[in-house]
Write a protein that binds this ligand. Structure first.
Ligand SMILES: Cc1ncc(C[n+]2csc(CCOP(=O)(O)OP(=O)(O)O)c2C)c(N)n1
Ligand code: SF4
Ligand SMILES: [Mg+2]
Length: 285
C-alpha cells in the first residue's frame, strides 16, 4: 500500500510550516507499515479534539471521530472498551488535553487505559489564533494575555509519570525518524502510551530556533527507564527557563495491567486481576 493511500482528498488548511504536517506524516507512515504488515485498516480508530490538530481526522483515511473540545479521551476510552479489537489513537491539542480535558488525562493514566495519546503541544491555542494554554511559558504575550501570561507552565511529562501512565515519551515535529519510532512504540505498547509532541505553530508561537538549540536525545541504552524517580528527574530537566535542555525520546515505560485487563478479570470473577494477567509479574522484574 502506498503511504498516499491514507491521505484523503480533503483540502489541507494548515499554515505553511505548521508542525502538524510532520505529525500527520509520521502517523501515516507508521499506519501504512502496520497495515502492510497485516493489521486491517479498519482496526484503527482516530479520535481528535477541536483545534488545528483536530483536522487530522479529515486528512487521514482511517475511521475517525471528532470529539468536542477537551473530551477526546473519554470518547477514545469508550471506543476502546466497547471494541477490544480496535486500536484507538487519540490526537489532542495542548489546550484540549491539558486545559479543558485535564481530568480525563489524569484518569486515563491512573487507569492505564490501553489507548495511544498523541498530544500536539504547540503551547498555544492555534485555531483560535494565539491564546495561552497550560504549557505556554510565563510571560507569554498571547491574545488573552497581552501583558504576558502570569502563570508557570504545566509539566505534562512529570504529571504523567507521577500519575501512572505506563509509557511516557516526548517527540518534536522536526525530528521525523524519532517521531515515527515513538508512534510505533506507542502503538505496540499495552496500556496508556502518552506521546507529548513539541509541535511548531508557525503562525502564533514559532519556537523552532529554541527547540533546535535546546533539544537532545535521551540515551537509548538507559531510557526508557522503569525507575519513577529517575524518570521524574529527567522530566523536570526542562524547567522552561531559556537555558535548560529539552530531553527527547522514550522516557518511562513499564508493563502494568491495563484498565481493560482489570475489567476482564473482574468479569471473570478473578480475585487478583494482576495475577490473572499472564506475564505481568515476570515482566515487572
Ligand atoms: C469547551 C470549549 N471551549 C472553547 C472552545 C473554542 N476553541 C475551539 S478550538 C480552541 C483552541 C484549541 O487549542 P488546542 O487544543 O491547543 O489545539 P490547536 O488549535 O493548538 O491544535 C478553542 C479555545 C470550544 N470549541 N469548546
Ligand atoms: S495556527 Fe499554528 S497550529 Fe494552526 S495550522 Fe497554523 S501553524 Fe499550525
Ligand atoms: Mg495548541
Amino acid at each position: 500500500m502506498a503511504t498516499s493511500d491514507l491521505i484523503t482528498p480533503a483540502p489541507n488548511t494548515w499554515c505553511p510550516g505548521c508542525g502538524n504536517f510532520a505529525i500527520e506524516h509520521a502517523l501515516k507512515d507508521v499506519l501504512t507499515g502496520m497495515i502492510d504488515g497485516g493489521t486491517p485498516r479498519e482496526e484503527f480508530v482516530l479520535v481528535t479534539g477541536i483545534g488545528c490538530h483536530g483536522k487530522m481526522a479529515d486528512y487521514l483515511g482511517i475511521n475517525s471521530f471528532y470529539a468536542i473540545h477537551g473530551r477526546t479521551i473519554p470518547v477514545a476510552t469508550g471506543i476502546a472498551l466497547a471494541n477490544p479489537d480496535l486500536r484507538v489513537i487519540c490526537c489532542a491539542g495542548d489546550g484540549d488535553c491539558y486545559g479543558e480535558g485535564l481530568e480525563h488525562l489524569v484518569f486515563a493514566a491512573k487507569r492505564n487505559v490501553d489507548i495511544t495519546l498523541i498530544i500536539h503541544d504547540n503551547r498555544v491555542y492555534g485555531l483560535t489564533t494565539g491564546q495561552y494554554t497550560p504549557t505556554s511559558p510565563l510571560g507569554f504575550p498571547g491574545r488573552s494575555t497581552p501583558a504576558g501570561s502570569p502563570e508557570y507552565p504545566l509539566n505534562p511529562l512529570a504529571l504523567m509519570v507521577a500519575t501512572g501512565a505506563s509509557f511516557v515519551a516526548r517527540g518534536y515535529s522536526r525530528r521525523l525518524p524519532q517521531l515515527r519510532q515513538l508512534i510505533r512504540d506507542g502503538l505496540s505498547h499495552r496500556g496508556l502510551s502518552f506521546l507529548e509532541i513539541l509541535q511548531v505553530c508557525a503562525s502564533f508561537f514559532n519556537q523552532t530556533a529554541y527547540y533546535d538549540e535546546h533539544a537532545y536525545d535521551l540515551d537509548p541504552s538507559e531510557f526508557p527507564t522503569r525507575d519513577v524517580d529517575r524518570a521524574l528527574r529527567v522530566a523536570r530537566e526542562w524547567d522552561y527557563s531559556t537555558d535548560s535542555r529539552i530531553p527527547l525520546g522514550a522516557l518511562y515505560r513499564t508493563r502494568l495491567p491495563t484498565y481493560q485487563e482489570h475489567l476482564a478479570a473482574h468479569r471473570a470473577g478473578t480475585r487478583d486481576p494482576a495475577s490473572a494477567i499472564r506475564g505481568f509479574l515476570d515482566e515487572r522484574r
